[in-house]
Design a binder for this molecule. Structure first.
Ligand SMILES: [Ca+2]
Ligand SMILES: [Ca+2]
Length: 254
């Protein structure tokens, strides 16, 4: 189970790395001890040490998540018909936890996956963000990087050149910049995430008005309003969206 142990350490360090450079509006470092078969995830009623000592059943693989970083991958807590609600393995009970969201095509043979994530990541003004641009112009913002504490100590997310030389899919481009305004990665519930070779996670960041609040969380998608001041008429809508000159602007209720 060496790999699992290393993975656990890896994610713990990743999370610390993320928190040390940026702010996250909610955080915990609770680990889920899970087995996955296909899209179905089961959580172990056991300790980390107990879980670490187990070999997964045939057809299952170990999954270890940090809750808070990607809070919920599940689309339901009720197992679909025909899927077991629990099973016992090596004396431990595994209860059904989730059905994972599926992979999505990001174009040209590049796949991402969807995660349910309801915790916005806030990148403060003045911090460095690392971005991948896809051939279709869509931008993916890195929110977790593979920093192996034991082997690599010189990757600093706050460095503009931290990931120069990283391999990216054909037609994609990497860049980095210092934020003038805060950037909020708010998936609005479901995020599309690209995993770059297992080394880093990049979230699709659609910000039509470039005000630093991504579309899913923007209370006025097409008008820049970084302060997100709410409308006095409809608090779920941005104030800038209620004026006559903004007629027809779509407001996002959330
Ligand atoms: Ca926006
Ligand atoms: Ca806006």
């Amino acid at each position: 189970m060496r790999n699992l142990t290393k993975t656990a350490l890896f994610f713990r360090l990743l999370f610390v790395a993320v928190l040390s450079g940026y702010s996250v509006s909610a955080a915990s470092q609770i680990y889920s001890l899970e087995y996955k078969t296909g899209p179905y995830v089961y959580r172990c009623d056991c300790t980390v040490a107990e879980f670490d000592s187990l070999t997964p059943p045939q057809g299952y693989q170990s999954v270890l998540r940090v809750e808070g970083a990607m809070n919920s991958w599940e689309i339901t807590s009720v197992p679909p018909q025909g899927v077991a609600s629990s099973f016992v393995h090596a004396g431990f009970t595994f209860d059904y936890l989730a059905t994972l969201l599926g992979n999505v095509s990001l174009g040209a043979g590049v796949n991402g996956f969807r995660v349910e994530r309801d915790i916005p990541f806030t990148f403060d003004a003045g911090s460095v963000v690392h971005e991948l641009s896809a051939p279709d112009g869509k931008v993916y913002t890195m929110f977790i990087a593979d920093i192996d504490y034991l082997e690599t100590t010189d990757i600093v997310m706050g460095n503009l050149d931290a990931f120069i030389g990283m391999s990216v899919p054909a037609g994609w481009a990497y860049s980095s910049r210092v934020l003038v305004n805060p950037l909020v990665l708010d998936a609005g519930g479901v995020a599309t995430v690209y995993n770059n070779g297992g080394n880093s996670l990049w979230e699709l960041t659609e910000d039509a008005d470039s005000d630093g609040v991504t579309d899913a969380g923007d209370n006025c998608i097409s008008i820049a309003n970084p302060d997100q001041e709410p409308s006095s008429v409809n608090p779920s809508c941005g104030a800038v969206c209620e004026t006559a000159s903004c007629a027809g602007v779509t407001c996002v209720n959330h």
